[in-house]
Design a protein around this ligand. Sequence first.
Ligand SMILES: [Zn+2]
Ligand SMILES: [Zn+2]
Length: 126
Amino acid sequence: MKRILILGAIVVVATGGVLAVVSRFMGPPSSRVDYPYVCRDCKAVFPLAEIKADYRNYRVPKGAPSDSIVHCLRCNKGWAFPVTKCEVCGTERILYLCKDTRCPKCFPEAAEAARKEGVNVLFQQP
Ligand SMILES: [Zn+2]
Ligand SMILES: [Zn+2]
């Protein structure tokens, strides 16, 4: 009985060690997340990774509805918005461009809100 317990303990420690090594190798999950940003003004598209590469890139414009919005890395004055993918239908939309941030394909109310605000939240690859 004692032997089995010791064996069990060894297995637990070994698995834990492997997991720790693997997770260190892969890095924390948040650092692997990447999605595009699009500038509302100059239409430039650049990856989140590029903003993350330098903390000085985190310049939230005054009056921005979310602190996920940053000054465009290309034109330096436009507002760049994060692009997200709908988990249900896969449509890529620009977050925070419209007050209603839901997917316009899945929620007709969101599409209607965007139409009223005169914005197009659908993201098109340049
Ligand atoms: Zn720009
Ligand atoms: Zn959708």
